[in-house]
Design a protein around this ligand. Structure first.
Ligand SMILES: Cc1cc2nc3c(=O)[nH]c(=O)nc-3n(C[C@H](O)[C@H](O)[C@H](O)COP(=O)(O)O)c2cc1C
Length: 321
């Protein structure tokens, strides 16, 4: 397995946890780190909310020493707001990441995230501004264009590199695709061939074989895993094992999946994570477990941490393995 360097930051391997709003809180990131992932990302954080000192937002930028190195992901579109926010939180981050990939309609309407892919001049200005505002390494997460007719990943990647970024993460889908279709390896490879800074390939990695496929098809320097890790952060152990040995470890048993949830729940208590995150992860961690549909319907009806834990404990007692 290779290591990876982003700016001045040495990453112990080339496997990353994707930023996921509502999911990659500090407890989840620490749990993923324990499974061997090299670099983790916070959820996306609004620059305006940082500048307004919003309590929930500021908590999202809190970092535990056990999870370093960590990238704090920002989003926004007003240059002065971006500059102020970077200066305000740069001390907390090892890497400042900027989101140019989120396809959510309300975010695009506000001109942020993936909407920026349609404004290359603005992309240049934003990254140049971040470059001037911090000495920390900068990464930028993009998609491959607004839609099939407006793919501009190579042009945008070159602009981002020239403006001073230290690495680019490419989710190999267009904005219009959202999460449909399959990841476009060819487009990620085109970015890799066009720039000299590290390229992190993202999309549809679900096991060791698909992780290797991302490396093989694109030549990327590192890979980033999102949804599959949200269901099971222990995937990082399996991916690392596969990349070292060429063999897949067995998927976790139903009981192991529940135990993983309890490990996360324990960390949630330590870091006082909001119950909404615990509920979201209770849904994700129990997916695929036999007869768990009713459990998830029950989870939807509860509101407190203790109620969620009690439901899952009682469900675990009925499991065979
Ligand atoms: C629930 C959810 C929340 C996400 N939140 C973010 C986010 O805050 N910032 C971001 O750059 N991407 C976000 N993403 C996109 C992921 O980082 C990743 O690019 C995408 O899921 C593709 O990778 P995957 O196929 O491994 O899931 C989110 C995805 C999901 C499913």
């Amino acid at each position: 397995m290779k290591t990876c360097k982003i700016g001045s930051i040495e990453i112990k391997n080339n496997i990353c946890l994707a930023p996921m709003a509502g999911l990659t809180d500090i407890a989840f990131r620490v749990l993923a780190k324990k499974q061997g992932v090299g670099l983790v990302w916070t959820e996306m954080v609004s620059v305006n909310a940082i500048n307004q000192n919003n309590g929930v937002t500021m908590r999202m930028t809190e970092i535990d020493p056990n999870e370093r190195p960590v990238a704090i992901q920002l989003f926004g579109q007003q240059i002065e707001q971006i500059e102020r926010a970077v200066k305000k939180i740069e001390d907390r981050a090892d890497i400042i990441d900027f989101n140019m990939g989120c396809p959510a309609t309300h975010i695009i309407r506000a001109g942020s995230c993936s909407a920026l892919l349609g404004r290359p001049e603005k992309v240049k200005k934003i990254i140049e501004t971040i470059r001037k505002s911090t000495k920390k390494p900068i990464t930028v997460k993009i998609r491959i264009g607004l839609n099939d007719y407006k793919k501009n990943h190579v042009r945008i990647a070159k602009i981002i590199e020239q403006a001073g970024a230290d690495a680019i993460i490419v989710h190999g889908r267009t904005v219009a695709q959202k999460y449909s279709g399959i990841v476009n390896y060819k487009a990620i490879k085109e970015v890799k061939d066009a720039v000299s800074i590290p390229v992190i390939g993202n999309g549809d990695i679900v096991d060791g074989a698909s992780a290797k496929k991302m490396f093989d098809e694109t030549g990327c320097d590192a890979i980033m895993v999102g949804r599959a890790a949200a269901k099971d952060p222990f995937i990082f152990k399996r991916i690392i094992h596969y990349l070292k040995t060429g063999k897949e470890l067995p998927e976790p048993t139903d009981k192991e999946k529940i135990n993983h949830f309890f490990e996360y729940a324990k960390l949630c208590e330590k870091y006082t994570i909001r119950v909404g995150h615990l509920i979201a992860h209770a849904h994700l961690f129990t997916k695929g477990i036999r007869k768990s549909t009713i459990l998830r319907e029950q989870i939807n009806t509860v509101k407190t941490r203790d109620e969620v834990i009690a439901l899952i404990k009682s469900f675990k007692k009925k499991l065979k393995n």
